[in-house]
Structures are given as structure tokens and as C-alpha cells.
Design a protein around this ligand. Structure first.
Ligand code: SAM
Length: 187
């Protein structure tokens, strides 16, 4: 059987090898909650997922999904920008997911932006425990998407190699603006 290479699935498979039961992780862009539900299952009953989104609609969709799956006790949903992560999280974390772009089936004008995404990435990477991991999927076909993608790439490229390892995965033969995945791991 032919299985289509899907970036979101690949990111989940990699994260399953990095995140374990009891971990504290962040979903920086909750959206429709697919990643939040995934993370809640991986961290188990003793772990925590802290999720951010600026749209109430996204948080409500996610809350419904979590209730249906009986996972709501493992997740704290915060209605604020991920760039304010330091107001809510003071303890070290094991990992984080960023899924940059707009809410699928939502308002395509409400998008992540270079400045706030960068601030959030800077703050989140400083919260990471040794071995901690951040994945970033950049959907960059929208207005401001190129600028956001380039600033994420510049930030990751210039991190101290003694402290972090960063990498990029992108399609080579897909037309349009195919998503790009970035990885960051604290040494
Ligand atoms: C591509 S979607 C995320 C998809 C999600 N991971 C999922 O599994 O469905 C991007 C989300 O980022 C949210 N967003 C935009 N700017 C944000 C910000 N500054 N802080 C937190 N979330 C933001 C949008 O509201 C949108 O829901």
C-alpha cells in the first residue's frame, strides 16, 4: 500500500520518541486541537500540556475534543499569545510544538506573525530542559508568511551550537508553498 508522506504525522512520530509519560509540554498554537490531543495522550495521566491560542473559537473546539476523549484533566488552555508564555510558565518544560499559520476552517486573516512567533520561540527555547525538543511547522503561503518563515530560519540558524541543535525538513518536489518543518533540541 502507498502511504503518503505527511509532515504532521512525521512530526508526531518523532515527538513520540522524545516525549514521555509525566512530561510537561507546550502547544504554542492550539488551533483545532489535533496536536493538543496528541500531546495529552503522550504525556499520560501524570503529565501536563499547556496550550495557547489567541482565538476563543480554537480553544473551544479543542476543549470539546479533549472532553470527548476524556483528556481535559491533562491540559491547561490559555487564551493569550504564545509570546506571553513567560507570564504563565515558570518551570522548565520538556518540549513544545508550534504550528504556524492560520486556523484551518477559520478566519484566514488571523495568523501567526513573525514578531510574536519569534518572541515566543526565544522564550520557549529558554524554558527547555536539557534534551528538550521544539518542533515548528511553518505554513507560509499566507500574507506575511515568507517574512515569518525567514525570521524563524534566521533565529534557528544563529543559535549557539554548544547549547542547541537545529534542523530543517522540507519537500523538494511539491508546488506552491509546501509546509516546512524545523526542529530544535537543547543539548
Ligand atoms: C495552523 S493553526 C494550528 C493548528 C493546530 N496545531 C491543530 O492541531 O489544529 C495556527 C493557530 O495559531 C493561532 N495563533 C495565531 N497567533 C497566535 C499567537 N500569537 N499566539 C498563540 N496562538 C496564535 C491561530 O489562532 C491558529 O489557531
Amino acid at each position: 500500500m502507498f502511504i503518503k508522506l505527511k509532515l504532521t504525522d512525521m512530526v508526531h512520530e518523532i515527538l513520540k520518541t522524545k516525549i514521555k509519560e509525566g512530561d510537561i509540554v507546550v502547544d504554542a498554537t492550539v488551533g483545532n486541537g489535533y496536536d493538543t490531543v496528541f500531546l495529552a495522550k503522550v504525556v499520560g495521566k501524570t503529565g501536563r500540556v499547556i496550550g495557547f491560542d489567541i482565538q476563543e473559537k480554537a480553544l473551544n473546539n479543542t476543549k470539546d475534543k479533549l472532553i470527548r476523549e476524556n483528556l481535559e484533566g491533562r491540559v491547561i488552555l490559555i487564551h493569550d499569545s504564545h509570546s506571553n508564555i513567560d507570564k504563565y510558565i515558570k518551570e522548565p518544560i520538556n518540549g513544545a510544538m508550534f504550528n504556524l499559520g492560520y486556523l484551518p476552517q477559520g478566519d484566514e486573516k488571523i495568523i501567526t506573525k513573525a514578531e510574536t512567533s519569534l518572541e515566543a520561540l526565544r522564550k520557549t527555547s529558554s524554558l527547555l530542559l536539557p534534551g528538550g525538543f521544539i518542533t515548528i511547522i511553518s505554513y507560509w503561503g499566507h500574507e506575511g508568511g515568507i517574512e515569518e518563515k525567514e525570521s524563524v530560519e534566521e533565529f534557528l540558524s544563529n543559535l549557539d551550537t554548544k547549547k542547541f541543535i537545529t534542523a530543517k525538513y522540507n519537500y523538494l518536489n511539491r508546488e506552491g508553498c509546501p509546509p516546512i518543518v524545523y526542529f530544535l533540541q537543547r543539548m
